[in-house]
Design a protein around this ligand. Sequence first.
Ligand code: MG
Ligand code: MG
Ligand code: MG
Length: 308
Amino acid sequence: MENKVLIFGHRNPDTDTICSSIVATKLADYLGYDAEAVRLGKLNKETEYVFKYLGIEPQREISTVEEGQKIILVDHNEASQSVEGREGAEIIAVIDHHRIADFATTSPLYYIAKPYGCTATVLFELYKQHNVEIDKETAMLMLSAIISDTLLLKSPTCTEKDALALKQLEKIAKIDANKYGIDMLKAGTDISSFTAKEVIDMDAKLFSEKGKKFVVAQVNTADIDDVFSRKEDISFAMEKEIADKELDFFLFVITDIVNTNSKVIALGEDKDIIENAFKKELDEEDSMLLEGVVSRKKQIVPPILDNL
Ligand code: MG
Ligand code: MG
Ligand code: MG
């Protein structure tokens, strides 16, 4: 077992998960923990852009933790999105901005959850609260996470706190967040080199709720048609995933980050749950356009859960 406290975010890591685990590790070190940031998967292209920009290397990847390992979770709490072996680990803290589901521990812990647009904003406040200086690199990591999770403050998940944090971080980092943010978001939308399986895995979240098992995967783009042109391959990969994981349905969300709309593809035995959730019929391509919908957490998952 590793002596260090391991700090990590969810599987299929996004920019918030990767950056916030590093930012949280710096804070934990400051507070006297011997901590190490790790990750549960490979970096996406958007996060790669951040690391290249900063000229730093990503943290080590792990897939399981041993019995008794001390861990701190950021940007998630649900077991299905977390590390393998977590049931035997000791969770000493959670820093998150998601709903709380299937969460139980045997020991007391720090649980800090706020309904903000980004985990990094929660961490920004913790740095302030503990009077810890935010250096330039830390500011860039936080700022990148906030831009990613809030789509440059345009997502409905974005709160005043996120906007306020971004404004202050922009000053520390001495950067034009808008310009940097557009380049960063665009870097994340290039999926041309990925197979259909990789595309549907990139930002996939698995849910087990009310006896239903389903995946909601999301991909950001500047051009929906560009992604949709690969519909056949993507559907094939989705069907395979449904069979392999015995899913009741699979929802694939293509989000246009420029015009803030999403086109979805729904497959599986219970895909009518999607029609009920969005009060709209799937067309002959098992697809529908959801206008103004960009947030999985706020606009997609809740109506699905209401209609299971
Ligand atoms: Mg995340
Ligand atoms: Mg997040
Ligand atoms: Mg995300």
